[in-house]
Design a protein around this ligand. Structure first.
Ligand SMILES: [Ca+2]
Ligand SMILES: [Ca+2]
Ligand SMILES: [Zn+2]
Ligand SMILES: [Zn+2]
Length: 506
């Protein structure tokens, strides 16, 4: 019996939300734990894993990822394993739980060479992003970096794909592993050429932040257990005002010392950088979350808020937006450009609507028999929401709504009813709607959103700006929307905390 069979044998009774996990999912999880150093193949004896070892590895991964430590392959764990990340292992510093040092250069003046650039960015933007990545480190440690155009360089940056003559470690296509790097004094920094590398936008993967992370490895830092640190293994998404975390600074200074003030001035002059320009705004199927316009929003399982636009979906958290995923990468078999999405905590079902079809998923798995034809309500819905007070799903189209009991045969003959008869002050043809974890119902249309009170009336001060309050996009000019002191952030809830710490703040 090989280790995979053993793993299946031991853990087959393990279920998530009442359903058994497929063998492929378990295998993928074991592969992940192996690949990133949470699980080691035994050096001698039978080539298999004991279930205790796998449980222990899952616990270590959950602890490092700040997830509930269950030792089970639960949904939160599997979702985290799907997130894009660095290709290096996570042998965290078990003693201090902070930065980990892997090695150091015996000199502080290093040369670097950019061997090629990604095709997804204008050359000057890509170069500027890479140069800025060096600057994060040289501004806090007494390091200088000098670019060379030819010949040997200490640090060599390049983009390669699934195969490369210069790398034994193939990349894996779009998503998952984004980049990897060698520790000192080797100096290779590799980026996956199949990623959508971007700058100045929430689209794709931010080249500057990932380059800074990989340079951290090239300079001798391992992964940090602070999920907000640059050196955290999982990509936390684009952050417009990105800065090094104190743990990143402490790590690099432990290797190379602190930067003295006079070196700082000299170095800043030398490496004066062009301003990093955002990607050109040519027509693209990639949505810009800052445009504010959405196809659908959903408060999903475990309090995660999803926003859908075109072929893409992203999560919205208290600290900003998660990375953009293709809809079909999360929910296999689901098309983009959805009409509406709604999750029901009563049934655990997620329903997606598009045209005259409806799809049902439990977490990320499509239920048998779906998609089905939508034949008792009109096609091309505008929006959908679950209302916890009566545990019904509401479907919206034009100026009307249907109220649907998922577990009973609903008589739709008296529907649609006028939206305005139940939801006072809400616009017709909403783009999206949801009940959120602050117990308020929200409607979205165009660039604006409305919040309703417990009597389902629009509250004073609405509509407000979606991009500003939900997407954390800063307007170029001071925002004149009436707001109180807490209105800048719609997300006072930490992710995955079960909703217990929610505060209403929009
Ligand atoms: Ca990849
Ligand atoms: Ca819609
Ligand atoms: Zn890394
Ligand atoms: Zn490589």
């Amino acid at each position: 019996m090989n280790w995979q069979q053993l793993w299946l044998g031991f853990l087959l009774p393990m279920t998530v939300s009442g359903r058994a996990l497929g063998p492929a999912e378990k295998e993928a999880a074991v592969d992940y734990l192996l690949q990133y150093g949470y699980l080691q193949k035994p050096l001698e004896g039978p080539d298999d894993f004991r279930s205790e070892d796998i449980t222990e590895a899952l616990r270590a991964f959950q602890e490092a990822s700040e997830l509930p430590v269950s030792g089970q392959l639960d949904d939160a764990t599997r979702t985290r394993m799907r997130q894009p990340r660095c290709g290096l292992e996570d042998p965290f510093n078990q003693k201090t739980l902070k930065y980990l040092l892997l090695g150091r250069w015996r000199k502080k003046h290093l040369t670097f060479r950019i061997l090629n650039l990604p095709s997804t960015l204008p050359l000057h933007s890509a170069r500027a992003a890479l140069l800025q990545a060096f600057k994060y480190w040289s501004s806090v440690a007494p390091l200088t970096f000098q670019e060379v155009q030819a010949g040997r360089a200490d640090i060599r940056l390049s983009f390669h794909g699934r195969r490369s003559p210069n790398c034994s470690n193939a990349f894996d296509g779009p998503g998952r592993v984004l980049a990897h790097a060698d520790i000192p004094e080797l100096g290779s920094v590799h980026f996956d050429e199949d990623e959508l590398w971007t700058e100045g936008t929430y689209w794709g993967v931010n080249l500057r932040i990932i380059a800074a992370h990989e340079l951290g490895h090239a300079l001798g830092l391992g992964h940090s257990r602070y999920t907000q640190a640059l050196m955290a293994p999982v990509y936390a998404g684009y952050r417009p005002y990105f800065k090094l975390h104190p743990d990143d600074v402490a790590g690099i200074q432990a290797l190379y010392g602190k930067k003295s003030p006079e070196i700082k001035d000299e170095e800043e002059e030398k490496t004066e950088l062009p301003t990093v320009s955002p990607v050109p705004t040519e027509p693209s199927p990639m949505p810009d979350p800052c445009s504010g316009e959405l196809d659908a929003v959903m408060l999903g399982p475990r309090g995660k808020t999803y926003a859908f636009k075109g072929d893409y979906v992203w999560t919205m958290t208290d600290s900003g937006l998660g990375p953009l995923f293709r809809v079909s990468a999360l929910w296999e078999g689901l098309p983009g450009n959805l009409d509406a999405a709604v999750y029901s905590p009563r049934t655990q079902w997620i329903h997606f609507f598009k045209g005259d079809k409806v799809w049902r998923y439990i977490n990320f798995k499509m239920s048998p028999g779906f998609p089905k034809k939508l034949n008792r309500v009109e096609p091309n819905l505008d929006a959908a929401l679950y209302w916890p007070l009566n545990q019904k799903v509401f479907l919206f189209k034009g100026s009307g709504y249907w109220q649907w009991d998922e577990l009973a045969r609903t008589d739709f003959s008296r529907y649609p009813k006028p939206i305005k008869g139940l939801f006072t002050g809400v616009p017709d043809q909403p783009s999206a709607a949801m009940s959120w974890r602050d117990d308020h119902v929200y409607f979205f249309k165009g660039k604006e959103y409305w919040r309703l009170n417990q009597q389902l009336r629009v509250e004073k001060g609405y509509p407000r700006n979606i991009a500003h309050n939900w997407m954390h996009c800063r307007p170029a000019a001071p925002d004149t929307t009436p707001s109180d002191s807490t209105s800048n952030c719609a997300f006072d809830c930490l992710e995955d905390n079960g909703g217990g710490r929610c505060q209403s703040s929009v």
